[in-house]
Each structure stands twice: as C-alpha cells, then as structure tokens.
Design a protein around this ligand. Structure first.
Ligand code: TXA
Ligand code: MG
Length: 351
C-alpha cells in the first residue's frame, strides 16, 4: 500500500510528523517518492543496496544507469564521494541547487547505486521537504526521477501516483515542482557537461569561473557515453511526437491535409496560430519566459497521453540559457524525429 503524505496545506507540526514517518520508512529499507526543486524523486537509503535495487525494479531501469545521491550537508557529501579540494568551497556555496557533480565514489556506496562505475553522482536539492527528509533519515538518499523508465519525469505528486501507486511505500505531495527540468550533471574530473539541466551553463561559469565543456554524448557522437542514462530512450509519450523545426507561420499550411488529427504542443504565442488547425492544443507558457516552458514541459508530455489525437507536434525553442535543457528534453522525447516541410511530415507519418 502507498501512503500519500499531503504537505501542501499541512501545518508545520503536521509536516514534521509526516516527514519523520517518511524518514522512518527510508531508514528501514522503504521507498519514498519525494519532491525536489527540479522534479520528484523516487528514493531509498543510498547505503542500502537491497533498497536501492528495488528502485531499479519499480522503474524498470537498466542496471547500468546509476542513481543520483541526494545529501543535506557537505559532510554527508564527503561520506558519499571525494569532492576535489579545489571545488569544495565553490560547491558548498552553490548548493543547495539543481547541480549534480560526478566524483570518485567512496567504498561505502554500493555498486548498485553507481551502476558499477567507480564514480558517483551527488547533489543537494534546493527544496525544504527534501532536505528535511534527508536530515531526518540521517542517511543520503539515492533517487532517480520519479517516472517509469523512458516516460516523462514527474513534476507533481499526481504524476508520481499515476506511475507508482501501490508500488512504493509513500508519496510526499508538496505541490508542483518549482523548476520542472532535472538537475545539470557535470563531471568534475574534466569539468564537462554530461547532461544539461536546470542549472545553466552561465550559472556554472559564474560560480566556477570556467566554462564546462560539452561532453560528446550531448552532441550525439559518443560511442560509449560517460553518463549512461543518456544512451537510453527518454521522456517518451505513448503517441508519436514530432519536432517542427521550421517557421511557425508555415505550420498551418503544412498540416492543412491532416487538420484536427494532431495535438500541438507549444508556446502561448504559437498556440494562438495553431488553434484552428490542431485537434487539441497544449500550451507551455510564453516564449518570452523559458522558465515557464521548462516548468510545464513534462506535465504537457504526460497530459498528451490522455489526448484523443493520433500524434503530436511540438515546436522548437531558443537554446539560450534554460533553452539548452528544454531542447535536450524535447529532442529526446521526439527521439529526434524532426520535420520542417510537408514532405518531411509525410515521411514521418509513413514510418
Ligand atoms: O533533478 C534531478 O537530477 C532529479 C532529482 C530527483 O534530483 N534526478 C534525476 O535522476 O534526474 P535520473 O536518475 O533521472 O538522472 C540521473 C542522471 C542519469 O543520466 C545518470 O546516467 C547520470 O545522472 N549519472 C548518475 N551517476 C552517474 C555517474 N557516476 N557518472 C555519470 N553519470 C551519472
Ligand atoms: Mg530520469
């Protein structure tokens, strides 16, 4: 049975007792879905190999795709991995933040958590409930995003409930995730970006005084990606989803023969243009506010599964700032199926 712990309107006393109940579950080998500032996580005691194995089973996750270990203090982080001295004070001033660092793993971390690698991913989430849960548990919490493998990440407890009701011990409901896209992952061994995320390249440069180099896997040329997760299918809705890379003003004409058959996912501005031709429209927010697009993206991909349309078209966004992570998630959700002309769309529909 899954207990839903509702903290959305809880008094501070009620919240405290809910978190202490969830912490007890973590300590005794249980699985708890909890909020972070990026997306919801599905967590277990990072020192407990048996509990962490359950996460892989529940998610249907490949065993070589390691988990992120969530900590509530630098001293806890130092028990999980070796943070290079030269970065330690910077990381301590940046955290809590949506920035995950890959460092050498301590031997106390079971191999199941690191997917057999000798490195470990660590982050301190910028969310009060997540931090309280880790503190009260007294152990670091290993947690991937709270979704069935290949499906879009949960940005609300309702999404997590849809995926995991009856499969986890508890789901903590603390309302919608503030940011909506997962953390940025960087390797500290060569200061490279393994996964773009909610912590922007500019923020990295400002904090560390240097630019992270983009790892091959982000431009699709790595034979063996160092971030194992990047080689798997991701964020995929049930329906075919195609990325439109052309000028939005031409999309209406391109889709004339199939109007009504597809769902359009895009900015408020483009949705106005497509309202008449699409069977349904899912609005992501204003193009002028990338944070809003990021916040709504996974919810839109999850909502798409309940639309009656045969397939969906999503539009492109600028890759500046948060846009890098937004377009990374969109491309993966589309499995890189792009078009810019009527012929291109017809070819995709014939596949
Ligand atoms: O915002 C987030 O990061 C969320 C919340 C819950 O914290 N978590 C999350 O976890 O997105 P997950 O498992 O969905 O993504 C973790 C990514 C995967 O791509 C994985 O391959 C990579 O981090 N990763 C973990 N450990 C690694 C390691 N030792 N070396 C390279 N990549 C690693
Ligand atoms: Mg994930």
């Amino acid at each position: 049975m899954t207990i839903i712990l509702n903290l959305r309107s809880a008094s501070s006393g009620e919240a405290k007792s809910c978190i202490s109940r969830a912490a007890k579950m973590i300590r005794s080998g249980g699985i708890v879905v909890f909020p972070t500032e990026t997306v919801y996580g599905i967590g277990a005691n990072a020192f407990d190999a048996k509990a962490c194995l359950k996460i892989y089973k529940i998610k249907g996750r490949a065993r070589d795709n390691p988990l992120i270990v969530h900590v509530s203090s630098m001293s806890m982080a130092n028990k999980v991995g070796t943070i290079p001295k030269r970065y330690s004070s910077i990381i301590s001033s940046v955290w809590p933040a949506p920035l995950t660092v890959i460092v050498k793993a301590k031997s106390s971390i079971p191999k199941i958590v690191t997917g057999g690698l000798n490195t470990v991913a660590i982050r301190m989430p910028d969310n009060k409930v997540a931090l309280d849960l880790i503190r009260q548990s007294g152990v670091p919490i290993a947690a991937p995003s709270a979704n069935i493998s290949k499906k879009p990440s949960s940005t609300s407890a309702a999404h997590a409930k849809k995926y995991f009701n009856g499969k986890v011990d508890a789901i903590i409901d603390y309302g919608p995730s503030r940011l909506g896209i997962e953390s940025t992952v960087i390797s500290l061994s060569d200061f490279s970006l393994l996964r773009p995320g909610s912590y922007t390249m500019k923020q990295i440069e400002m904090a560390f005084g240097r630019r992270a180099k983009i790892a091959d896997e982000n431009i699709g040329v790595a034979e063996k990606p160092r971030s194992p997760g990047t080689k798997y299918r991701h964020y995929s809705p049930d329906k075919p989803l195609f990325l439109f890379t052309g000028d939005i003003n031409s999309l209406q004409a391109i889709t004339r023969g199939i109007s009504g058959k597809f769902t359009f996912i895009g900015s408020d501005e483009s949705s106005k243009i497509m309202r008449g031709s699409a069977g349904s429209v899912i609005r992501l927010g204003s193009r002028k506010r990338p944070a809003e697009i990021a916040h709504n993206l996974f919810g839109a991909l999850i909502a798409l599964d309940s639309c009656k349309s045969e397939f969906a078209i999503i539009e492109c966004f600028s890759e500046a700032g948060m846009g890098l992570a937004i377009m990374n998630r969109i491309r993966k959700a589309c499995s890189n199926k792009c078009f810019s002309s009527q012929k291109g769309l017809e070819a995709l529909l014939k596949r």
